[in-house]
Write a protein that binds this ligand. Structure first.
Ligand SMILES: [Zn+2]
Length: 183
């Protein structure tokens, strides 16, 4: 009987301890995530591979965008809304994979130095669209393509989400730096 009472008191003490611990978690564990300021190392490596692999088949690409700060994202969000120009994005700061260093945009660069966003162009003359050849190689490297999105397809856009939703990223979740592409 005494043993049982001792046990009950101890259990109560331990339970309180657990409760206290849980209450303290929001401050100690859910810290604001360190700000992202550059491309994720895997995205950066795969971006470089994409440039090299496409060059081998006679296509020169230009990476027009990579990491974007929240401020930069908000500026392009206003384009076509409160600022002049055409609408180029539906994502505000924090709502784009670019803001977490997980996306790049590309365009085709021609021999004369001009940059084009032409999905039909066949500069290497192999009867296939250069744009779609780039997309095919990018997918092989583990990127998903914005052109596959039913709502607001984004043809220059390539990203690696590593299984994280924008909502999770907004809450401070981050893929680890050694996360690998799932190609
Ligand atoms: Zn993009």
């Amino acid at each position: 009987m005494l043993l049982l009472m001792v046990w009950a008191v101890m259990a109560a003490v331990i339970w309180r301890g657990i409760e206290a611990l849980e209450w303290s978690i929001p401050e100690s564990v859910i810290e604001p995530a360190p700000p992202v300021t550059e491309l994720h190392p895997t995205v950066l490596a795969k971006k470089n591979e994409l440039v090299a692999e496409t060059r081998k088949i006679g296509i020169t690409i230009m990476i027009t965008d990579g990491f974007r700060s929240h401020e930069e994202q908000n500026i392009i969000y206003e384009q076509g809304r409160t600022a002049i120009g055409q609408i180029v994005t539906n994502a505000r700061g924090g709502e784009s994979y670019h803001n977490y260093g997980l996306a790049i945009d590309f365009a085709l660069r021609l021999a004369d130095g001009s940059v084009i966003w032409d999905l039909e162009h066949d500069g290497n003359g192999n009867g296939k669209s250069d744009w779609m050849e780039v997309v095919g190689i990018a997918k092989g490297l583990g990127f998903t393509w914005g052109g596959d999105w039913d709502r607001f397809p984004d043809y220059p856009h390539l990203q690696m989400d590593f299984g994280y939703s924008i909502r999770e990223l907004q809450r401070g979740k981050r893929p680890s730096v050694d996360e690998q592409a799932d190609s």
